[in-house]
Design a protein around this ligand. Structure first.
Ligand code: PXG
Length: 436
């Protein structure tokens, strides 16, 4: 007989998980409050990852629970094809208000992956609507993560997420080189000094394919899942300038960087570079109800608003686009962000955070640290022939000692809830240092 607290582990095929190893030695979470998780036997685990980069306002927010309950009772579901509801319009208006001016229209999805695929479809369709149907190519970047849809893995650049489906990628996709340059930028504080010229790799692709065939370039302003790659100073500005010079749309995938992670509402504002399209998810609802969104400029939106007024302008959408319960969660979440100043709080803490990250320099196996806002990447020397094993060992040790982190390859990624206090920062780095 299995103990009562442990469910049957057989049926759930878990995502991005070593299923066999996990089921031999499961790690279960049962409750969450503020900065903390608790295991089924009541052990406290400090959340150094905001779940998976999403619980920006901390766990167990009663205002969100109350808003979700109210919405479930008032109207549990409503179609959004040819029908509408107030929470959908209100949330779109509020999201647009958080973005740089010009990004005025918001299309709702249920995840970051769907937001990315939606953004790519809008970019391709936009050029067609304008009579520029030759713009069919999409440019992603090496080491990018844009979710797991076929569009997202095609423009993405993480080999393990692509090789099984190599023959089924979108056609006409090419990739910029990544911006990781440890020889010049190791242990950078904030934006690395070197590498603006990596943006010129776009010129190489334009020379190869001809600019007139390229619809859009998509990048994460800070690449998260690939191990925290902060854009070199001047890099995003240069990408923007090249796109502008050639009529190419620039898409920022802000699924991780959106909603205060960098110290501004979006990385677009933090880095002073305005894209044409922004994808988001995660922090939009504080992670508690699945939701994603795509924001576009007025001119992109208006390019679709042609033909007879009774015609559907974009043949795209999901049963749960703007799900009223997700919208209620989103509105309550944005309200908390506003009241508690969370969208800029990372700025006040980033100095202390940076010093704590830098404090790991010289610890065993640490070959690089990277940080921005309330994000950190700590790269470890791999064990020969066993990539990822060193960081995962640290992950397990941290969990034993009551700290949840994330690892990708041999890089540890930290992205705590934005409600974090200085004492939590000390605890995270003490625990991590001991585990190392
Ligand atoms: N774009 C970016 C930039 C992301 O980081 C997605 C799209 C996909 O979102 P969905 O909601 O479909 O998962 C992501 C997701 C990690 C980690 O630990 C990162 C993500 C998801 C899970 C784990 O790095 N990012």
């Amino acid at each position: 007989m299995k103990p009562q607290s442990q469910p049957d582990l057989h049926a759930w095929w878990m995502p991005f998980t070593a299923n066999r190893a996990f089921k031999q030695a499961p790690r279960l979470l049962a409750r969450a409050r503020g900065m903390e998780y608790f295991t089924p036997d009541g052990r406290r685990v400090l959340d150094g990852a905001a779940g998976l980069w999403c619980v920006n306002a901390g766990h167990g927010r009663e205002e969100i629970a109350a808003a979700v309950t109210r919405q479930l009772e008032a109207m549990d579901y409503a179609p959004s094809f040819q029908m509408g509801h107030a929470p959908g319009f209100e949330l779109a208006t509020e999201v647009a208000a958080l973005l740089p001016p010009g990004l005025e229209h918001v299309f709702f999805t249920n995840s970051g992956s769907e937001a990315v695929d939606t953004a790519l479809k809008i970019a391709l369709a936009y050029h067609r609507c304008r009579g520029d149907a030759a713009r069919t190519r999409l440019i992603g970047r090496e080491r990018a993560y844009h979710g797991v849809g076929f569009g997202g893995i095609s423009v993405g650049g993480m080999v393990a997420n692509r090789r099984m489906w190599a023959a089924s990628m979108l056609p006409g996709v090419d990739h910029l080189r990544h911006t990781h340059d440890p020889a010049r930028n190791a242990f950078a504080r904030g934006q690395p000094a070197h590498g603006a010229e990596f943006a010129d790799d776009l010129e190489r692709l334009l020379a190869l394919h001809d600019a007139s065939t390229i619809a859009a370039v998509i990048v994460e302003p800070i690449a998260g899942s690939t191990g925290v790659l902060v854009p070199p100073k001047g890099y995003l500005e240069r990408l923007r300038a090249i796109c502008d010079a050639h009529g190419i749309l620039l898409i920022f995938d802000e699924v991780i960087t959106g909603f205060g992670r960098t110290g501004s509402p979006f990385a677009a504002q933090e880095f002073g570079v305005t894209p044409d399209i922004v994808t988001m998810a995660k922090g939009l609802t504080n992670g508690c109800i699945p939701m994603g969104a795509v924001a576009v400029t007025r001119s992109i939106h208006d390019a679709f608003m042609q033909g007879p007024p009774g015609a559907i302008e974009l043949f795209h959408g999901y049963t749960y686009s703007a799900h009223p319960v997700a919208c209620a969660a989103g509105l309550a979440t944005l309200d908390i962000y506003r009241r508690e100043g969370l969208l800029t709080r990372a700025k006040a803490l980033s100095g202390m955070w940076e010093d704590a990250v830098q404090g790991l320099r010289g610890r065993p196996h640490v070959i690089d640290t990277r940080n921005y806002g309330l994000i950190a990447g700590i790269e470890l020397e791999p064990i020969a022939g066993k990539p990822g094993a060193r960081a995962f060992e640290v992950y397990l040790k941290c969990f034993e000692r009551g700290l949840l982190i994330r690892t990708t390859g041999d890089t540890i990624a930290l992205s705590p809830p934005l409600i974090i206090e200085p004492a939590h920062i000390e605890e995270i780095f003490d625990t991590l240092a001991r585990a190392l």
